[in-house]
Design a protein. Structure first.
Length: 183
């Protein structure tokens, strides 16, 4: 009796991302993934019992990678420091940006319950800003601008040069002098 073959979950996720990038969201099915991996549909379903489970795995995979890229050496970076890390991660992510686009496109195109992980990630990130301080408000504004630029890229409205230029413009917001309080 031979050793039972194992199916590499990460390879399946790589293939799922590629299907979405190359053929679009609707093309991602359990059957299409099985064909791309040259395995049975049951082999895919062993790892991902449903298309929803596959989608959640794609989104969780990207957010885990992105979180690791933003990770810090110090316990509590400043709001501005965290946004600078976020900008650096966006710049460095390259193909992972495409993975995020794929995950976001899939998530947003399907049932609302699939948004749970994505919403939770954003809530947690946004809750990290001290909105009682000018730095916290500025950092939140920069974060929202980054996400807007990301959406423009996801929709195909930004070429690479535009993307980098937008990120640079957002970064300059962090360096502007603080406005004097009204009074």
């Amino acid at each position: 009796m031979g050793k039972k073959a194992t199916i590499d979950r990460e390879k399946l996720l790589d293939l799922a991302e590629r299907i979405v990038r190359e053929k679009g969201t609707k093309a991602l099915t359990i059957d299409a993934l099985a064909k791309a991996a040259s395995i049975s549909k049951g082999g895919v379903q062993y790892n991902f019992p449903s298309k929803d489970a596959l989608i959640r795995a794609l989104v969780m995979r990207w957010t885990s990678r992105f979180d690791a890229m933003i990770g810090s050496d110090d316990a509590a970076p400043s709001a501005t420091g965290m946004i600078r890390r976020y900008l650096d991660a966006m710049r460095a992510s390259g193909e992972d940006i495409d993975a995020k686009i794929a995950g976001v496109m899939i998530t947003l195109s399907l049932e609302p319950e699939n948004l749970i992980e994505t919403r939770e990630w954003y809530r947690e990130f946004l809750n990290g800003f001290d909105l009682g301080s000018a730095e916290g408000r500025r950092a939140r504004l920069a974060f929202l601008a980054i996400e807007g630029a990301f959406q423009m890229r996801a929709l195909g409205l930004s070429e690479h040069g535009d993307w980098e230029s937008m990120l640079h413009d957002i970064e300059t917001l962090l360096d502007l002098p603080q406005a004097a309080p009204e009074g």
